[in-house]
Design a protein around this ligand. Sequence first.
Ligand SMILES: Cc1cc2nc3c(=O)[nH]c(=O)nc-3n(C[C@H](O)[C@H](O)[C@H](O)COP(=O)(O)OP(=O)(O)OC[C@H]3O[C@@H](n4cnc5c(N)ncnc54)[C@H](O)[C@@H]3O)c2cc1C
Length: 289
Amino acid sequence: MKAAPYDYVRPSSIEEACTILAEAGGGAQVLAGGQTLMPLLALRMSQPFILVDINHIPELQGVTSVDGGTRVGPITRQNEALVDPILNRDLPTLIRALSHVGHHQTRNRGTIGGSIALGEPAAEMPATAVALGAKVEVRSASQTRFIPADELYFGPYATAIEPDELLTAIHYPAWPDDTITLFREVAMRPGDFALVGLVGALTVEKGVIARAGICWFGMGPTPMKAKSAEVALIGQSIDTLDAAATADLAIADTAPFGDHHATADYRRTVGRRIFVRVLQEALNMRQAA
Ligand SMILES: Cc1cc2nc3c(=O)[nH]c(=O)nc-3n(C[C@H](O)[C@H](O)[C@H](O)COP(=O)(O)OP(=O)(O)OC[C@H]3O[C@@H](n4cnc5c(N)ncnc54)[C@H](O)[C@@H]3O)c2cc1C
């Protein structure tokens, strides 16, 4: 199929892009890596009358350390981010999750911001942003605002980003060097969207869990923060904590659905198993260190 007709513009600054989005009154779509948008246009599942290509706005590119945290420009390609020295040093949890996004070819074009703005419930980057406590910066012609990642998603592909707004940065808070990464996903084939996935980060001080950020993907209509498990883990000794009981709390914060790939019960069962396994493996490694 061919996309419905649209005008194509290529702004060279954030201001110019925001002006176009404002004037379009909801009839525009932002083009980043196009890995999802181009097929949607071709299938006429998206029919904007103006396509705003943001790939030529330098301010939207790149990774920097800011105020102890990390700022990621939305059009940073997923493969560029995978080898970025700042991200590899400061956010190994993000790198671990990113290595499971799509394929080498799709990561060459796909962007970090495109994945976060899209809001696919089974995607790794939205869940990672929620788990790490990130916030997104969005700009319109009239204002700049910051949205915590765990307040960004309302449903599948439904976000708090307004039609006249552009996602202009993702801000990840600092996590200490010895942060424990939790990551596992189950997919039909490598590169497929996850049927069930878990991403998280833990910090341990004197053998006790001091900080926990955990989020499911593919386990509900949005990234599903495992809030009850996070609260239960903090203050617990890594020698005595009960991974199975924590897994029950984590599963309680999910709302998996059934589809032609897997039933909701399958997702719950597998989710519970990978939670216990990932947590025990991570803590065993820490105890052995
Ligand atoms: C074969 C294949 C396999 C894939 N597997 C996975 C996978 O396993 N995991 C995964 O997470 N993804 C997967 N993807 C999706 C892909 O990797 C990208 O993550 C996804 O397409 C979004 O990034 P993009 O830069 O291509 O965005 P685009 O397709 O350009 O845009 C996606 C949406 O976000 C909006 N948008 C983009 N940037 C902004 C911005 N700065 N401000 C406001 N709105 C914006 C666009 O308007 C559009 O609605 C796969 C894609 C393909 C083709």
